[in-house]
Design a protein around this ligand. Sequence first.
Ligand code: F6R
Length: 267
Amino acid sequence: MKITIAADAAAGARVVADLVERTLRDAGDRGPVLGLATGSSPLPAYAELIRRHQEEGLSFARARAVLLDEYVGLTAAHAQSYHRVIREQFTAHLDIDDAAVMSPDGAADDPAAEALAYDRRIAEAGGVDLQILGIGANGHIAFNEPSSSLASRTRVVGLTRRTISDNARFFDDPADVPVRAISQGLGTVREARRIVLTASGEGKAEAVAQLVEGPISARWPATSLQLHPDVVVVVDEAAASRLELSDYYRSVQELEAAVPAAGTRGR
Ligand code: F6R
């Protein structure tokens, strides 16, 4: 893995945005496929990409986007659906075609069949070129909570009590609060050609330490990313605070800044 410890949120956002920009440029005729996460972690990077689009003409016109997950029971138009959230926070501010933003259909009659079909749709799109990820304090990525199979595919998952109670405030009727989601599996996420995971704050420090230095284990689902050859982890000082080898990561970072040809490939 390549670890980047960013001085502040703006610096971290630029690292993620640079990777997206390179992906847009390098994808060739097929058009790039971006994997998008919802949640607060990627928001500074999304804001930086919106700025580059609006002020520097960075175009997403040929891009397609693939979401990680969606709540079962919510239509794409529902105010709390991840489809709608990513549209409002990111894609509506770009020149990407709305129809090119793909998410599992949370309102499908048969969510299990929809999950299988979603894996097929990702493959038909040519696979994800760059997957942007956040990480939960318990090490989850997408909705792959601890105990998720490291080989899991897109499937229906039960939400944790914590997630259900956190979401309750957004719904008038408690019966409408989603208790399940369709989530890309850990095996699905790892099929992306390149992955960038971003995290900030002390609350993510243990999960980040496990992700980078811990043993691969379903207890910390993000550790499955150690099996991927091209992962970039972008963290702030607080999220990096429990990394045992942070001196080493910083020295490599300085070296790569001095020798740009070293590039941004993960290790
Ligand atoms: C979002 C997702 C989640 C979040 C994670 C971190 O699509 O699948 O795994 O990335 O819960 O959330 P934030 O960034 O809000 O801390």
